[in-house]
Design a protein around this ligand. Sequence first.
Ligand SMILES: NC(=O)c1ccc[n+]([C@@H]2O[C@H](COP(=O)([O-])OP(=O)(O)OC[C@H]3O[C@@H](n4cnc5c(N)ncnc54)[C@H](O)[C@@H]3O)[C@@H](O)[C@H]2O)c1
Length: 259
Amino acid sequence: MEKEINKNKSLEFEEHVAFITGGGRGFGKAFGQALMKRGARIVLADIDSAAAEEAAAELRASGGEALPVKCDVADEIQVAAAIELAVSEYGGIDILINNAGLHSAAYAEPMSSSGINKLRRLFDVNVMGVIICSLAARQAMAGRVDSVIINISSSAAYDYPTAYGVSKLAVRGLTITMARDFKAYGIRVNAIAPGLIYTETIRKELPEWVLDTVKKQQILDREGDVKDIVEAMLYLASARSAFITGETLRVSGGFTLAI
Ligand SMILES: NC(=O)c1ccc[n+]([C@@H]2O[C@H](COP(=O)([O-])OP(=O)(O)OC[C@H]3O[C@@H](n4cnc5c(N)ncnc54)[C@H](O)[C@@H]3O)[C@@H](O)[C@H]2O)c1
């Protein structure tokens, strides 16, 4: 049987290894599918091991190589072990996508009602997770051809006054800091700031009126789709964006854009 990946028009990421955090569902799983179709071998790291395993099995069923690994991005020891596994199985890492993040409605409440534990966990995962994974992966990414880190920020990082928005603002800032630091390793670092994108989690958690309100604040009059974020990721992961580093690309249909 001809493998699906061989039918694809382009194997732009052949010989590449992509390590994707939060790879068990949502954007992370879709990133894995898109990169695998274009020839990459995929590591799906997720705190939810069942989701990672299921997603990896789905990817392998379409003919590519995918490895699930249980890993909490806020835990240095688990992250180091996951990176080590990726290196021992696939020889290195070309694309790191820092995608795992806490973003449910539960994290959009006012800071004063969140409590310290919840806020600490939010920043541990959304901010320290990016730092921990990037520092752990940099040696495995050094010296490869055009290796890239893509951080997933949010349009909430621009004008959404919640602790979640601030955690994603930190991701934007870190993207510039890391772009400077990791140049020495030959790594470009960019970020994507998605608007509201209709993943399963979002549909389950957000009431219809919130989705409608967000849509009204966009310039473009349609729902954001996971494919929109995948396209941005493919561009930033590829040599087509070779002169871009330290940037955050908003993919939000123009959500609350202002001068
Ligand atoms: N969906 C949107 O509208 C939207 C908009 C802006 C930004 N984002 C950001 O995009 C990223 C992915 O969003 P999504 O909608 O695909 O989310 P999702 O909730 O559908 O999936 C997130 C995945 O991350 C995993 N995860 C959570 N905490 C983890 C941890 N500590 N370590 C490892 N894995 C962990 C979960 O198990 C899950 O599989 C998040 O960083 C989110 O903040 C999403």
